[in-house]
Design a protein around this ligand. Sequence first.
Ligand SMILES: Cc1ncc(COP(=O)(O)O)c(C=O)c1O
Length: 365
Amino acid sequence: MKNTMIDYENLALLNEPFHDEYISSLNSVLKSGWYILGENVKKFETEFASYNNAANCIGVASGLDAITLSIAAFQFEIGSEIIVPSNTYVATILSVLQNYMKPVLVEPLIDTYNIDPAKIEASITKKTKAIVVVHLYGKSCCMDPIIALCKKYDLKLIEDCAQSHGAAYKNKNTGTFGDFGAFSFYPTKNLGALGDAGAVVCNDNDLAKTIRRLRNYGSDKKYYNELVGYNSRLDEIQAAFLSIKLKRLDEINKHKRNLASIYLNNLKGDYIKPVVDKDYFDVYHIFNIRHPKRDELKEYLLKNNIKTEIHYPVSPNNQTALKEMFKNQQFPISEEIHKTTLSLPISFFHTEDDVYRVIEVMNGF
Ligand SMILES: Cc1ncc(COP(=O)(O)O)c(C=O)c1O
């Protein structure tokens, strides 16, 4: 047993409990002959809106598109500034650039890895139109001061919830604090599809209508176009799969929270562990620790048949595609996180025994 490999992720194993239901739903979609914007998409949208206690949900093609369309819905002037955290996954920044706007990077807090509310105000200018917060790793951002800033400066608020399905702050789900909650259902996410998929959650009915049009060539009536839109639709097969998995999202989150608490209670030594606070319901899309000898630790774990990941090895400001844009700016906190962070196995298929074995090996490092 000791020598079997513990994978970081294994999507076939993760999805095994859903196979029978997936196959029967796939058969129904095949027989229905309706593959785009049909009953399955409508059903999932209703269920996911209700899960989040939101008025509307609009299925789209990916998490990146969910953020891109959310920004596009406001039709800000080209060149407007949008605030985003400096240590996010690159997609958040791409969504701003794809709208021909300027991403303004704000550093995170070193203990929560989420945008530092105290650092936002200094970055607000006359051109700032919105803040895109990212609930990274499955922990909500500290929303009260961010909402206050949005009110004070009349800014729109978009939440990147790609990693925070079911996570909450003061008992309210992420994705429901701002104008839009943008979700990814990329297969590895807590609520993952079997391909690319995403959704936008929002309470305002007019904004919801705009997203519905934007995802479908700017149209809500066939061959009549109100807006310059995109083709970014959630498809029927993925929607059917998502409805099946959504029924067990709370169980998935509970499983991950249990594995996280085992790590939190038993990892000893120099590991900087995720912070826990009563106002935050964390869903641990990623369970990361930080360690000054991260690369050595990763090697050592691999030698002991434990696979880990790094989220993320390169900070956005140092990416080849972006570094020219941010060349005169410093992001020491992001860079420290990128240098020291390591993500440990915490999938739905991992057992408590897997996690105890990871801990035993890590405590011997
Ligand atoms: C924080 C964050 N934002 C956006 C995305 C983009 O989602 P997708 O891969 O569905 O486009 C991801 C996905 O990896 C993410 O982690």
